[in-house]
Write a protein that binds this ligand. Sequence first.
Ligand code: GLC
Length: 447
Amino acid sequence: MIKRKCSNISIIILLFIIPFTGKTQNIVEPGNHEKMEWFKDAKLGIFIHWGIYAVDGISESWAFHNHYISHEDYMKQLNGFTAENYKPKEWAKLIKESGAKYAVITSKHHDGVALWDTNEDHFSVKKNTPAGKDVLTPFVNALRKYDLKVGLYYSLIDWSYPDYPGFLRDKPRYSNDTARWNKFIRFNMNQLNEITTQFNPDLYWFDGDWEHSAEEWSAKEIRENILNHNPKAIINSRLQGYGDYATTEQGLPVTKPKDKYWELCMTMNDSWGFQHNDLNYKTPNQIIRIFVDCIGMGGNLLLDIGPKADGTIPAEQEEILKELGRWTKKHKEAIYGTEAGIPLEHFYGRTTLSKDKTMLYLFVEGKPNGPVALKGIKNKIHRMYVVGNGTMLNFDIKGKLYWSSVPGICYIDLPEHTLDEQVTVIAVLLDGPVELYREDGQIIESN
Ligand code: GLC
């Protein structure tokens, strides 16, 4: 009893400490989980890195920070950002076609150049580039027209702002100057306020929080301001412990992340922004399989595109989005609104479950050399069919003995003509919520 009390107390203490230490990335306030529902059901988002870095095709902001080019030369790219073929409605349409439910665009990267018409005395594509206009508003409007949720990426870091301490990797502007830092924070808060009031994003995607602590950024206040304006706004984890969901980058987790809500952001090639020289694209097949891994582990994929400086989307990226769209449309019932699937021991591939857990979806990669096996399912299986194709499948349960509680192995015949060219999905309709056999087997009791 005493022990129990102690652990309850420590849990309460932990609940108070965690949000302030930055140890956890999900601090969705109790009672506010319903705001996460659309995000959890969305599964696919498209990330957009669009900025002056696309002019020369060099790495976004890091190119000068890491001394690959001088800051002066980096900023010369302002002169080449024309956006002359920019068609925000077509971007939104393509995103919709890919099957994504939300998009996240770089309103401002670490280089400090705003895509919207900021009132602050700092760079923007309207003031400082031949584009000469706010390119963010029409895109936000187009997303809403297509019923897509609006995510705005905002870099806390601003390496071009004269009062921000960080500049070149090994050359900070200053290390201890409260007055200058406060000036920067005022500027940062003002820009964020513009974002909040002008765009009211459904999702705030912060970046660059690693350069300062939560207190220095005023992270708590940033969160409060956002939620005061819109209690339903979702905030990613890069706010020093004040976000709602975990944001992992590039590396696909292989075991289910502990966070309830998570998203993998990933490039199609090796760059976030457009780079002429980076043709190291993942194939649609690889991307779809990575996507399947994410949804099988209950997460989202935020897949990045990097439009060119004139506003066109590179052909390779468009092709990937279209093939992804074909696949997500065909398999929508196995994707949206599903939950993480069953452990890999039961099926050697990823799975998802319907919310009521009576429908199990098996994702089959490649061409099986024999029947597909499903193990340890205690339920009665009512029927099976190929998702998006409708073919009813024959299956056969082998090795189920009358005296044993170990379920037999279910062998499923998956005819070649039903295979999808990327990943085939089998729907398994159960007699109730899935029940798994996770014991150690049984010894003989009869014969
Ligand atoms: C990193 C980089 C940045 C990129 C971001 C996307 O934090 O600083 O260049 O925009 O990841 O996740």
